[in-house]
Design a protein around this ligand. Structure first.
Ligand code: AMP
Ligand code: ZN
Length: 496
C-alpha cells in the first residue's frame, strides 16, 4: 500500500512500515495527565502524532487512533511512588479531583482545536478502565510476574527477566544498574527489588481517589493504564505506539513488560518517540518552571514574545523541524515561520485563481512540476519528513507565484499536470500538514469588506491628489502587514 518507512525506537533503525492487518492501522499515543494546563512542549508531541495520523489517513489506511486521558492519579514518581498529582491539585484549587480532570480535559481539547488537531477515534480515560486494570494485575500475579505486598501489587522485574524476557529492551537499560540507582528512594520496603514498579497501590484513608480491589482499596499504577487501554481497543499486538522521548523509560519499558507478562507477546510493531521542545536550551516542563502555555503565544502575553503569534504559525514552526529533532523556540524562528506560512497560504489562494490556459506544453516545465508533486510523497514516506515537505511546497509556491504574476494563467503544462499540482498542493498543505489559512478561516468576509472600503478611499484620495490621506492609508496597512497590489483588474490585498 505504501513505501512508508518509520524509525522504530525498539530496533533503533528505520524500517519499512507493514501494517499488521491492512488497510487497518492501530495507533496509540500517550495522552496528557490532566492536572494542569498542557504547555507548548506537550502540544508539540500531540501535533507530531497528529501529522502521523493525518499522513496514514492520506495514504488510505483506516486508522483507529487511541489517545488516552490520564485522570487516575499519575504519581509524582515514575516508579509508582510519591504524591498523587490530581489530588494535590484538587486540594490546591479546592475542587473535587474529577472537577480538576474536567477542567483540564476541556482546556486540552480547546488547545487541540486551536492547533487544528484531528480528534482521536477513541479517547479513553484511566478511571473508566479500573476493572480492566484490576484484571490485568490479577493476570500478572497468576503468570508469576507480580506479587502482592501489604495491599499493594508490584511487577516483579527479576522474575520477568528470569523467564527469558528483557526488561530494558526498549531503553537499553540494565537492571543491575537500575537496582543500584533506586536503592535510596522512599517506599522500597514493600518491594522485592527496588526496580519493581507498582501495578496497584493501597490508598491511605485520606486518599480521595480510590477503588476497591482484591488486594486493597487503592488505585492503579500509571504504566498499567496504557497497557490496558491499548490492548482493549487495539488488540494484543498493534501497529504504532507513540509518545514523547521522556516516556521511553520507565513508562514504555513498563508497558512492554506488562503486556508480555500478561498476554505473552510484545505489544507493538513500531515505537515512535518525539523529541523535546526546549526553551532557552532546556526541556520545557512544568517542574522546571519554564513552560509556556499555548494561549500565551496567541495573546502575546509572555515576556519572551515581541508580539502575538497565531496557532498556525506555531504549528508551522513545529513542522519545520523533524519530530525526532530537538526544537528550541526563538523569536527569529517564529518570525520566519510566520513569513513561510504566509507564502504557502498565498500560493494556495493564487492556485485557486489561476486559470488553465494551455497553449504549448513545455516538457521540461511539465516534468519539473510533476516531479515536485511526486517528491511530496517521497519525503513524507521517509519517516514523516515534514521539513523536507515544506521545502518542496516552497518550490511549488515559487512556481505558482510566477504563473499568478504572469496574468493568473498557466499555459505551458498539461491539464493533467495542472490538476496534479492543485490536488497535491492542497492535500499536503491542508490535509497532511494540517495547516489552515487563518485569514480565510477567520472573519474573512468582514475583512474583505473593510479592505474594499479602504482601497476605495485610497483610490479617491489619489484621484483628488490628497496625498496625506493616501500616505496615511499606505503606512497603516504596512504597519498591519497588509500589502496592496495595483493590477490591470483593479487593486487587491494580501497579508504578509
Ligand atoms: P504529560 O502530561 O506530562 O504526561 O505529557 C504529555 C505528553 O507530552 C507526553 O507524551 C510527554 O512525553 C510530552 N512532553 C512533555 N514535555 C515535553 C516537551 N518539552 N517537548 C515535547 N513533548 C513533551
Ligand atoms: Zn502511556
Amino acid at each position: 500500500m505504501s513505501d512508508l518507512h518509520i524509525y522504530n525506537s525498539l530496533s533503533r533503525q528505520k524500517e519499512k512500515f507493514e501494517a499488521i492487518n491492512p488497510p487497518y492501522v492501530g495507533l496509540y499515543c500517550c495522552g496528557p495527565t490532566v492536572y494542569s494546563d498542557v504547555h507548548l512542549g506537550n502540544t508539540r508531541t500531540f501535533i507530531s502524532f497528529d501529522l502521523v495520523y493525518r499522513y496514514l489517513k492520506h495514504l488510505g489506511y483506516n486508522v483507529r487512533y487511541v489517545r488516552n486521558i490520564t485522570d487516575a492519579g499519575h504519581l509524582t514518581n515514575d516508579q509508582g511512588e510519591g504524591k498523587n498529582r490530581m489530588e494535590d491539585q484538587a486540594k490546591l484549587e479546592k475542587l473535587e479531583p474529577m472537577e480538576i480532570v474536567q477542567k483540564y480535559t476541556v482546556g486540552f481539547h480547546e488547545v487541540c482545536r486551536l492547533f487544528n488537531l484531528l480528534p482521536p477515534t477513541i479517547e479513553p480515560t484511566a478511571t473508566g478502565h479500573i476493572v480492566e486494570q484490576i484484571e490485568m494485575t490479577q493476570k500478572l500475579i497468576d503468570n508469576g510476574v507480580a506479587y502482592e505486598s501489604n495491599g499493594s501489587v508490584y511487577f516483579d522485574v527479576k522474575a520477568y527477566n528470569d523467564k527469558g524476557n528483557n526488561y530494558g529492551i526498549l531503553s537499553g537499560r540494565n537492571i543491575d544498574e537500575l537496582i543500584a540507582g533506586y536503592r535510596d528512594l522512599d517506599g522500597q520496603e514493600e518491594k522485592r527489588n527496588s526496580v519493581d514498579f507498582a501495578l496497584w497501590k493501597k490508598a491511605s484513608p485520606e486518599h480521595i481517589m480510590q477503588w476497591s480491589s482484591p488486594w486493597s482499596s487503592g488505585f492503579p499504577g500509571w504504566h498499567l493504564e496504557c497497557s490496558v487501554m491499548s490492548t482493549k481497543y487495539l488488540g494484543k499486538q498493534f501497529d504504532i505506539h507513540a509518545g514523547g522521548m521522556d516516556l521511553k523509560f520507565p513508562h514504555h519499558e513498563c508497558e512492554i513488560a506488562q503486556n508480555v507478562g500478561a498476554c505473552g507477546n510484545t505489544p507493538v510493531r513500531y515505537w515512535m518517540h518525539t523529541n523535546m521542545l526546549n526553551f532557552n536550551g532546556q526541556k520545557m516542563s512544568k517542574s522546571l518552571g519554564n513552560s509556556i502555555l499555548p494561549m500565551e503565544f496567541v495573546t502575546g502575553n509572555h515576556p519572551l514574545l515581541d508580539k502575538p503569534y497565531s496557532a498556525m504559525t506555531v504549528r508551522f514552526l513545529f513542522m519545520q523541524s523533524h519530530y525526532s529533532s530537538e526544537l528550541d523556540i526563538t523569536i527569529k524562528g517564529l518570525q520566519d515561520a510566520e513569513k513561510g506560512l504566509r507564502k504557502l497560504m498565498n500560493a494556495a489562494k493564487y492556485l485557486s485563481e489561476i486559470k488553465f490556459d494551455s497553449i504549448t506544453v513545455e516538457e521540461k516545465q511539465d516534468k519539473i512540476i510533476s516531479d515536485l508533486c511526486a517528491e511530496c510523497k517521497v519525503v513524507m514516506d521517509d519517516d514523516f519528513n515534514a521539513p523536507k515537505l515544506i521545502a518542496v511546497l516552497h518550490e511549488l509556491a515559487t512556481l505558482i507565484n510566477i504563473y499568478y504574476n504572469d496574468g493568473k494563467k498557466i499555459n505551458n503544462i498539461s491539464d493533467s499536470t495542472f490538476n496534479l499540482l492543485q490536488t497535491t498542493y492542497n492535500a499536503y498543505l491542508f490535509d497532511v500538514l494540517g495547516l489552515q489559512d487563518e485569514v480565510a478561516t477567520g472573519n474573512n468576509d468582514a475583512l474583505d469588506k473593510v479592505m474594499q472600503l479602504v482601497i476605495d478611499i485610497r483610490k479617491q484620495s489619489r484621484e483628488n491628489k490628497d496625498w496625506t490621506t493616501s500616505d496615511k492609508i499606505r503606512d497603516a496597512l504596512k504597519e498591519a502587514n497588509i500589502n496592496i497590489k495595483d493590477g490591470k483588474d483593479g487593486t487587491t490585498y494580501e497579508i504578509g
